[in-house]
Design a protein around this ligand. Structure first.
Ligand SMILES: [Cu+2]
Length: 286
């Protein structure tokens, strides 16, 4: 498995671990407390990632648009992958399964936050229907272990709300397709900008944004991203939206500064070799 673990890793794990029948672990579903109505609640959560834990995860978030901020205070890269808790599992059971890499094949991913470099904070807004969600970090450490296996996992409830909030106003739209990444809307200029992220396919795509370090090329950045547990950075990972497929509603907000950026998502060729679809863009000096 490649080192750029993310939601894509879940799919691989699900296949690899198909011999681990989920029904052996499943117990009767418990009634979910989703029938209460949230009159007003925060829709903005600051989650802190350390090596290897999250703090500040929501407990009961309101349904609709929720903003998750992932502040990486660790020494490694981190992300916040989101999965719907499958039928037959309690959140605690499912988190335990993730930590032991027992993942049912029909697990349903949801939009989350892709990789953030140490010291940076990523901001992603996602539309959540009511339900129970588990989170985990699918980045690999230099020792080859996924952070979720080291205990970097958790869960939260999304409770039905009468007011489901509204989507952040976006400055541009990035659409992942089989052919590339289309970027529409106003050219991105320096400042805090919101990028609506879309995907046209039924399978997970993990949208990632990198800012190139001075003097480094986009190929340097892609080479680093594919091997980032083991080689020196050529870019800063400033987050992205993991687990995107057609119909998911999500956006990311970042403070763009002048320089070169790469947006990318993981692909595999017909022989299963990993690669990236990417697009570069420059943010001009003011
Ligand atoms: Cu991590």
């Amino acid at each position: 498995m490649r080192s750029t673990g993310s939601i894509a890793a879940i799919a691989i794990l699900a296949i690899t671990l198909a011999a681990c029948p989920s029904k052996d672990r499943a117990k009767p579903a418990v009634a979910a407390p989703h029938d209460s109505i949230v009159a007003s609640a925060t829709r903005d959560y600051l989650v802190t990632a350390t090596d290897y834990a999250y703090t500040g995860l929501p407990v009961h978030a309101p349904s609709g648009w929720v903003t998750l901020r992932l502040a990486n205070r660790g020494s490694e890269q981190h992300m916040l992958g989101v999965l719907a808790v499958p039928d037959g599992y309690t959140p605690a059971m499912f988190v335990d399964s993730l930590m032991h890499q027992h993942i049912p094949q029909d697990v349903k991913g949801w939009a989350g936050i892709d990789v953030v470099s140490p010291g940076d904070t990523a901001v992603v807004s996602v539309y959540f229907p009511p339900g129970e969600y588990a989170v985990g970090c699918f980045v690999k450490s230099p020792d080859g272990t996924l952070h979720v296996v080291k205990g970097m996992a958790g869960s939260f409830d999304v409770v039905a709300a009468s007011d489901t909030g509204s989507a952040p106003v976006s400055d541009a739209v990035a659409t992942m397709s089989g052919n590339g990444i289309e970027l529409t809307g106003a050219p991105l200029t320096s400042g805090v900008r919101t990028l609506r992220v879309l995907s046209d396919g039924p399978h997970f795509r993990d949208f990632q944004l990198l800012k190139l370090l001075p003097g480094r090329s986009s190929q340097d950045a892609l080479r680093w991203y594919a091997n980032r547990a083991t080689i020196a950075p050529a870019a800063t990972a400033i987050g992205g939206v993991s687990g995107m497929y057609a119909g998911q509603k999500a956006s990311m907000t970042a403070n763009f500064t002048s320089g070169s950026y790469v947006m990318l998502f993981d692909v595999q060729d017909a022989r299963g070799h990993p690669g990236f679809v990417h697009r570069t863009f420059a943010v001009p000096e003011r």
